[in-house]
Design a protein around this ligand. Structure first.
Ligand code: PLP
Length: 471
């Protein structure tokens, strides 16, 4: 393979792994690399480009998780053959979609792999109710919903979200503080455009949710990795390393991916720091609805006396990621600034899914669906945990977690979680290495596994048996 088009530069603003990732995406989208083409091994590319192996490994991990590359074990890593249906270079725009988007959509949407992270139980989506609501929405849409939509989101949905958050998350807010956005990244985009500037420094949990980290880096933010321990984000360390940060991104209810809750003393310490430094806290409350032991913890936002917390929630886990519906709650003092920005942006898209989600919530379906899903996930979690214990309990142990829709299994022996995950991926198992979500090195490796789509105990056992082979 000709490596000239993969050249990266230390002078550019973007981190090297991101530059390398983008070069690959470009090479695939423009046909310089074709489906099935073999890419150089991590070792040889690192030596050819004079980069650290970890840098190349991170870029390859992202490309693999997004479906551009597929690891084939001893046969090496290749450009995914499933990208064969990509439009010919140069013709893509006529199909109405940019060439850069296509491979990802195609690869991500075609099938659900065992252990895939981030997906709710697709077989339990309430199709019948949803179909009824779709018909009803279409029949009854008023003029407001048929003309240009409010870019802050459909008002009845914003009201329904405000009511829901008051009851379930202890957040008292008006619908005017709520902005409906296209997924969590939509919320981050709005915060970046309204309150932050390129070059601003922020705390980011280490390990932490890799896709939001990428997004913020792409938006020009500088991120300081702040370690998490058994009490969640180590606020003291954040203050030591980057006291002057302008913002902090946290997952207080269920740290992503480790699973602990941010302790109350840490919550108060974080709020005190933000109030004193006039910094912003972005609270990512992505899966707080699913908790199997104890009472759900109130959101950090419910303790926010100084108006420093920007709260984000999503419908991706409680309904479907395909809906692309999420929301951002801003402090009362900032409503005007957010309004000014949002009025110049495209907003969250079509009104229909928003109208249906509003009806779903207002008519009590949402509360019922959540109750059902909590019980279902507790059962499915049990399927996976038992299968792991019975089949490869000597190789790994599951870290206890009170909630969420994935498990984290630590390795009993010192082995590279990245190579194990790569071997699993080569067998069509979507296991993710904990260390690929870390910035700083740690001896504590682990495997992240989604369980929401194991419909039976047998499904879980069959997948875990396949996983056994990688040990
Ligand atoms: C930590 C975390 N935050 C937020 C989200 C939600 O992202 P989105 O709303 O874009 O689906 C996810 C989804 O997997 C997540 O894992």
């Amino acid at each position: 393979m000709d490596l000239r088009h993969l050249r990266v530069s230390r002078e550019q603003d973007a981190p090297i792994y991101l530059q390398l990732y983008r070069r690959y995406r470009e090479a695939i989208a423009t046909g310089k690399l074709l489906p099935g083409d073999r890419v150089p091994s991590v070792r040889s590319l690192a030596s050819e480009l004079n980069l650290a192996r970890g840098t190349v490994e991170t870029a390859y991990q992202i490309l693999t998780s997004e479906g551009y590359l597929v690891a084939r074990g001893a046969a090496g890593t290749v450009v995914s053959p499933r990208l064969a249906n990509l439009p010919e270079p140069g013709t893509a725009r006529t199909a109405g979609r940019s060439v850069h988007e296509s491979p990802r959509l195609q690869a991500v949407s075609s099938e659900v792999l065992p252990f895939q992270l981030g997906l709710p139980a697709l077989d339990a989506f309430p199709r019948k109710v949803w179909a009824r609501l779709a018909g009803r929405s279409l029949r009854t849409l008023g003029t407001v919903a048929m003309t240009y939509p409010d870019p802050a989101g459909y008002e009845p949905l914003r009201r329904a979200i405000a009511a829901y958050l008051g009851i379930s998350r202890g957040i008292i807010c008006s619908h005017e503080q709520i902005f409906v956005v296209a997924g969590y990244r939509g919320a981050l985009e709005l915060v970046c455009r309204t309150l932050l500037q390129a070059g601003d420094l922020g705390w980011y949990e280490d390990p932490g949710y890799i896709f939001a980290r990428q997004y913020l880096e792409l938006a020009g933010m500088r991120l300081e990795p702040v370690p998490v321990d058994e009490e969640g984000l180590n606020v003291g360390m954040g203050q030591q390393c980057a006291a002057r940060a302008r913002f902090a991104v946290v997952t207080p209810t269920h740290q992503s991916p480790m699973g602990m809750a941010l302790s109350l003393p840490r919550r108060l310490e974080l709020l005190e720091w933000a109030g004193r430094r006039r910094a912003w806290i972005i609270e990512d409350d992505y899966d707080s609805e699913f908790r199997y032991h104890g009472r759900p913890l109130p959101a950090l936002k419910s303790l926010d006396r100084d108006g420093r917390v920007l709260y984000t929630g999503t419908f991706s886990k409680v309904l479907l990621p395909g809906l692309r519906l999420a929301y951002l709650i801003v402090p009362v003092s900032q409503i005007g600034r957010f309004r000014d920005v949002v009025d110049h942006l495209p907003g969250p898209g079509s009104i229909l899914p928003q109208a249906m989600a509003a009806d779903f919530m207002e008519h009590g379906h949402f509360a019922r669906h959540l109750r059902k899903m909590r019980a279902l996930y507790a059962t499915r979690r049990g399927y996976l945990v038992n299968a792991l214990a019975q089949t490869i309990g000597d190789r790994l142990h599951v870290q206890p977690q009170a909630g969420g829709i994935h498990v984290l299994a630590h390795l009993n022996a010192r082995r590279s979680d990245k190579s194990l995950a790569a071997a699993a991926q080569a067998r069509g198992l979507a296991v993710t290495a904990l260390s690929s979500w870390r910035v700083r090195k740690s001896s504590q490796g682990g495997l992240l596994m989604g369980f929401a789509n194991f419909a039976t105990a047998e499904d879980a056992v069959a997948a875990v048996r396949r996983l056994k082979a990688i040990f």
